[in-house]
Design a binder for this molecule. Structure first.
Ligand code: HMG
Ligand code: MG
Length: 300
């Protein structure tokens, strides 16, 4: 199969990247990060989450972040909504696109959203109805698609079953999350092969955490399977609070570098993206998790 000519990156740094940070991060710093990312040409940014602040305290200020970002035409600013309450809060904050999130493993579903997979899918039905009524698009996530921190191996057929449900209830795209980063390129190809039997490949996305250093290989494997949407996090920030040891998503800078090398268009300015990543790393007092950013900054 030939590689896609164009790829859309879903920047999840402000949400997946920051949700796991223990130190308080000001609304102003979060706003600056989102605005820096769109200045670099990102056309889709996951800004925050409307989840329980008891579960994920760092995302508590998401409505304030939405109120203060400079919303640019042509950019999608999205948020996670785990249930109708989250959807209603997102709506009140002026959010135009939300994402619901399910898991392919029962144990992760319980730990992350306190219910079974089938209960979670039932919870999403009123969210889908309300979203339709308000003209809001809904993206779907499936976590633990290549392994679960509690249940171990996850069969691609199980991922396909949950993805099918999300797609059937109206999610316009389903993002498959390797939450703990254990997947390898062969397993990734098999996964998209199996899930792609039920859902068109242009409605699927890849969401790779880089815990085992496999994310770039998995993205390349996904490209070979005709996948053209990838979630990534500036400076490789992040992790999931309910997946111990999970490191950040693949760094956006590294994905842009890979795609530039393949002649695949993203519309993203790599230098500005590197600046955005450096700035948030300074705020967090963290080392930059992007290999490309580190190399370019060292040689500047
Ligand atoms: P629960 O405790 O079962 O909820 O949590 P509940 O319905 O029983 O309600 C209990 C209390 O929570 C009530 O308040 C509700 O109002 C409140 P009280 O009466 O006790 O004062 N509540 C809420 N508050 C704010 N926003 C809401 C909300 N809903 C209820 N939306 C719940 C269930 C789903 C809320 C909780 O488990 C939760 O918030 N989980 C979120 C976990 C999370 O955000 N995880 C990280 C994101 S997923 C991820 O990172 C994976 C991904 O990146 C893909 C990948 O890598 O695989 C997407
Ligand atoms: Mg994630």
């Amino acid at each position: 199969m030939s590689l896609p000519k164009q790829v859309r990156l879903v920047e999840v740094g402000p949400r997946d990247g920051l949700q796991n940070e223990k130190q308080p991060i000001s609304v102003a710093d979060k706003v600056r990060l989102v605005d820096d990312l769109t200045a670099a040409g990102l056309s889709y940014v996951e800004v925050g989450s409307f989840v329980s602040p008891k579960w994920v305290p760092q995302m508590a200020g998401s409505a304030d972040v939405f109120a203060q970002i400079q919303q640019k035409a042509g950019v999608t600013y999205a948020a996670l909504a785990p249930n109708l309450k989250g959807f209603e809060d997102a709506l009140a904050a002026g959010v135009k696109e939300v994402a619901v999130f399910a898991a392919a493993s029962e144990a992760f579903s319980q730990k992350n959203i306190n219910c079974s997979i089938s209960e979670s899918l039932q919870r999403f039905v009123p969210v889908m109805d309300a979203a339709k009524q308000h003209g809001i698009r809904v993206r779907g996530y499936v976590s633990c698609v290549l392994g679960c921190p509690y249940d171990g191996d996850v069969a691609p057929e199980q991922v396909a079953a949950v993805s099918r449900e999300l797609f059937a209830m109206g999610c316009y795209e389903v993002s498959l999350g390797d939450t703990i980063g254990t997947g390898t390129a062969g397993a990734t190809r098999t996964l998209f092969d199996v899930v792609g039997r039920d859902i068109p490949r242009d409605k699927l996305a890849g969401h790779f955490h880089d815990t085992y250093g496999q994310a770039m290989a998995n993205i390349y494997a996904s490209l070979l399977e005709g996948i053209s949407v990838f979630d990534s996090s500036v400076a490789g920030l992040g992790g999931c609070p309910y997946a111990k040891g999970a490191s950040g998503n693949v760094a956006s800078e590294d994905v842009v570098y890979l795609l530039n090398g393949l002649g695949i268009h993203t519309g993203i300015d790599l230098d500005l993206l590197i600046q955005a990543g450096s700035r948030i790393c300074e705020v967090l007092g963290k080392a930059n998790g992007s290999r490309v950013a580190k190399a370019k900054l060292a040689s500047a």
